[in-house]
Ligand binder design. Structure first.
Ligand code: GLA
Length: 345
């Protein structure tokens, strides 16, 4: 069988946005868009036998482009924040713009989630999307070739994000999928159980920039070492939660942790296990969804309607050598692997 590719809509300049469907029932079925290499829809069977779409999405290319919620997109060149949009590479200052409360966020105002990726390869179960980000794109140096491979089998979805460059740059790619395991339009995920394999998380200032280093989650609303309801944590009066209006924080994944996180809905019986080779997991509880945008079925997306589990480097790594390195040099390959294993309780 061949992959099913159809038109999802058009951009203002007339270019067609394609939808690529991977997998087949009763297994997971993923709908991807070449616009933003976006995970648009993921159909899964619950323990009640019902098929549900467990990903938030929008209905049209225009809706995706009007949104600043990064729904389902592949984020690049640099996921998360870079303080004041400034850093240095080999001692040379780089400025990438600061469009989010004084900081750089998710690759810039015209990040990879807004680009039309090229469909390089496809089958019934997988697709390879490619993007050339030219030297100077959003301020980042080097011609960067990015590649996103999405594969679907009976167990779930595997995402491989890769990049190469012709000049030294920084890279941090991720998937910004928002999950609601009761279905896209089911309302807030408060009753979902979340488990994150992290003894520590990274406190941030009110603009999302790390204050210092990681601190223990023990005794805080960030303690998800055991399966814990999302609702009480996002409503706690903790200063970190208050500043972010919920959880919007990097968890320092325990070394060798597999899975990095488990999300489960007792209602649908659907469980999601997230595996990754990245050191951090940004957990974002849809704090800025404010009813200003519509879901793919036309309903309003409101705060907490989905939760994003974004494997990546720690925020502001280009300015924080103690967090590791985000640098990619000519001849090197960047590689990040994300797996969503789907199951039933
Ligand atoms: C990330 C950020 C959030 C927010 C969302 C999109 O998860 O950490 O602060 O910008 O993306 O709205």
């Amino acid at each position: 069988m061949t992959t099913r590719i159809s038109a999802f809509g058009r951009l203002a300049d007339g270019r067609t946005v394609s939808r690529i469907v991977l997998g087949s029932p009763p297994g997971p079925v993923l709908h991807l868009l070449d616009l933003g290499a976006t995970a648009h829809r993921l159909e899964v069977t619950g323990s009640d036998g019902m098929r549900r779409n467990v990903l938030l999405g929008h209905a049209s290319p225009a809706d995706y482009l009007a949104s600043t919620d990064y729904i389902g997109g592949t984020i690049g060149r640099y996921a998360n924040r870079i303080a004041a949009g400034r850093f240095a590479i080999d001692g040379k200052p780089v400025s990438v713009g600061a469009h989010d409360r004084g900081n750089h966020l998710h690759g810039g105002p015209d990040g990879f989630d807004r680009r039309l990726w090229e469909i390089a390869e496809h089958s019934h179960e997988h697709v390879v999307l490619e993007l050339l980000s030219p030297d100077g794109d959003q301020g980042f140096p080097g011609n960067l070739r990015a590649r996103a491979t999405y594969s679907v089998d009976a167990g779930g979805v595997r995402i491989l994000l890769e990049a190469t460059t012709d000049a030294t740059t920084v890279v941090n790619l991720t998937s910004h999928a928002y999950f609601n395991l009761d279905g896209e339009d089911a309302g807030a995920v408060d009753e979902h159980l979340l488990q994150v394999s992290a003894e520590e998380y990274l406190p941030v200032d009110p603009t999302g920039i790390p204050l210092g280093g990681c601190v223990p989650v023990a005794g805080t609303p960030f303690d998800f070492r055991q399966p814990t309801h999302v609702g009480p944590s996002v409503r706690s009066g903790h200063e970190q939660v208050a500043w972010a209006r919920g959880i919007d924080h990097n968890f320092a994944l325990d070394a060798g942790s597999a899975p990095a996180a488990v999300l489960e809905s007792p209602r649908s019986g659907i469980s999601l296990r997230v595996l990754t080779d990245q050191p951090g997991l940004q957990v974002y509880t849809g704090n800025f969804l404010d009813g200003g945008r519509r879901s793919s079925t036309g309903r309003l997306l409101r705060q907490g309607d989905g939760i994003a589990l974004e494997p990546q480097l720690f925020p502001d790594t280009p300015n924080r050598p103690e967090f590791g390195s985000a640098v990619l040099r000519r001849g090197e390959s960047y590689r990040s692997s994300i797996t969503w294993l789907l199951g039933r309780s």
